[in-house]
Design a protein around this ligand. Structure first.
Ligand code: SF4
Ligand code: SF4
Length: 522
């Protein structure tokens, strides 16, 4: 049967998936991710498996669908659903435009790929997500977009906005940019260069020698119902199929196909002039038994979200500028426990489940989520943490919990999230301008959404100074971010190893005070 149409179908589906990922990671309006992320993420193998191990829900069974698909047709996942696989295909496509590539069959790197798979399984079973986060194709793709291309896009947006403003055109909003973690940037760049090099030089060798998902699905495809094989009676031995096989898994001379390495690109079907290569059943009827084959967000949302972020940041900045800080703070602030995002339950749970795909980092409208360096320890490198120097957690936002595909951040209702205590604010009296400069301030109290920081009169200085009510503090970092002291903050959040629930604030007027139009964006 002529199956040339399969390549067209593969290309259409892969483009749909790829564009979906671009939208997810490049949405500068922060309005698409929470509504749309579950669809392309549902079928991502490792995130779905991770989520299933956490939640056991139908919404996390995408990996089972992929296993069934592989047991029927082989590794079609690798060229159709996996964004890193599709990225490699795109690189190869442009490479071929410049110069024709003739692939040749090569032996499988079985030792390498099986060792990597075994190590990954051991790490997964022992709850260490570090290895998985380094090798998971979706997470690597996410980091490449989030740590390299998204920041570049924001910078270009801001440059264009700046140039337009010069000629009195205010059609593009400048975007606040909290910067990139240098280590995450370097790591993502290295992976991107490796992927570029591998795909230009060796086609899909990365998928067949490094990627643990590829190896695992390769093992399953050894038992798939259908497999791709050379049809002896049709084959005219032209060798065209071998030259277009990016996985180097067709040996035209011996008419063998190593189906465990086939990534389902269907290039071979497309070039074969004689239907000499096709899907065949691995379990044929008896009459075929002797065959050789058996051996072998809308614009409004955009403006709203941009508005929330810009308005909030401006207010914090204004609050910081209002107080003239002329004395440097003296007491170093050393946070003993990092702060994980709301919905992550505990540091342990979070670091076990997070594959550091950076989707939450790209989706967080305030940019408080930043890739970590060593804050969670060596094995937690690049997993997101709350960075209250960069920003603060928006009281009215649950986006990260809605987009996380692995269950590292569990979905939260807004009312519940508003009581999750990520940590507790701590006051360092010596650093506070009220004491060091004998001047009024109150930026922390002004921005605290639960009013856990209150200014009360301290007769010793005859000024109002911050008083903390730990039981209603949720550790959102608004106070720390707003505190104008430098280089050390006078108020900071110490993370909770395990998140707990804060008491509901009693302040009757809280609703009014947190009104976006009125005050700070909570
Ligand atoms: S809940 Fe907080 S950390 Fe999560 S996306 Fe919203 S602002 Fe960012
Ligand atoms: S917490 Fe963030 S980086 Fe980690 S898996 Fe979830 S979305 Fe990805």
């Amino acid at each position: 049967m002529n199956l040339q149409f399969l390549k067209k179908i593969r290309v259409i589906f892969s483009l749909i998936f790829f564009v979906s990922f671009l939208i997810l990671f490049f949405d500068l309006s922060f309005s698409v991710q929470s509504k749309f992320s579950q669809y392309p993420l549902y079928l991502q193998f490792i995130p779905s498996l991770q989520k299933f191990l956490t939640t056991f829900s139908i919404t996390s069974m995408g990996f089972i669908f992929i296993i069934i698909l592989t047991l029927i047709f082989g590794r079609v996942y690798c060229s159709t659903v996996c964004p890193l696989g599709i990225l490699q295909d795109i690189i190869i496509f442009f490479r071929k435009k410049r110069k024709r590539i003739n692939y040749k069959f090569s032996a499988a790197w079985d030792k390498t790929r099986n060792t990597i798979l075994i190590i990954t399984i051991i790490l997964l079973v022992s709850g260490i997500s570090f290895g998985i986060s380094l090798l998971d194709p979706y997470s690597n793709f996410g980091r490449i977009l989030s740590n390299i291309f998204r920041p570049i896009t924001i910078e270009i947006n801001n440059l264009i906005s700046f140039l337009f403003e010069k000629v009195n055109l205010y059609i593009i909003n400048p975007l606040d940019f909290a910067g990139v973690n240098f280590f995450s940037f370097l790591f993502s760049l290295t992976i991107f260069i490796l992927i570029l090099f591998f795909s230009i030089k060796f086609g899909r060798l990365y998928c067949n020698s490094v990627c643990p998902v590829g190896t695992f699905l390769g093992i399953l495809s050894k038992f798939s119902f259908f497999k791709i094989a050379v049809i002896e009676q049709n084959c005219i031995s032209c060798g065209d199929c071998e030259t277009v096989c990016k996985s180097n898994c067709i040996e035209s001379e011996t008419q063998k196909v190593d189906f465990s390495r086939c990534v389902g690109c269907f290039n071979c079907f497309d070039v074969c002039p004689s239907i000499g290569i096709s899907y065949v059943s691995r379990y044929p009827l008896k009459s075929e038994g002797k065959s050789e084959l058996i051996k072998n967000s809308t614009r409004r949302n955009f403006l709203k979200n941009i508005g929330i972020f810009t308005f909030g940041t401006n207010l914090v900045l204004k609050a910081q500028q209002k107080i003239e800080v002329y004395k440097e703070s003296k007491i170093p602030v050393i946070r003993k426990t990092p702060i994980s995002p709301p919905g992550s339950v505990s540091i342990e749970n979070f670091t076990d489940k997070c594959t550091a795909c950076s989707l939450c980092v790209a989706s967080c409208p305030t940019q408080v989520l930043q890739p970590s360096f060593l804050e969670y320890g060596l094995l937690g490198i690049m997993q997101p943490r709350m960075d209250y120097i960069a920003s603060y957690c928006n009281f009215d936002c649950v986006i990260c919990s809605e987009v996380c595909p692995t269950g590292a951040i569990l979905p939260q209702k807004l009312e519940k999230k508003q009581l999750i205590q990520l940590g507790k604010a701590k006051f360092v009296k010596e650093n506070c301008v009220v004491y060091s400069q004998k001047t009024d301030c109150g930026a922390c109290a002004e921005h605290c959404p639960t009013k856990a920081v209150e200014m009360v009169l301290d007769k010793s200085v005859n000024l109002k100074s911050p008083f903390l009510k730990e039981e209603i503090c949720i550790g959102c970092g608004a106070c720390e971010h707003a505190c104008p002291t430098k280089p050390y903050k006078a108020i900071y959040v110490e993370g909770n190893e395990k998140h707990i629930f804060a008491q509901k604030p009693k302040t009757e007027k809280l609703k009014e005070k947190v009104d976006l139009k009125e005050e700070f964006p909570f």
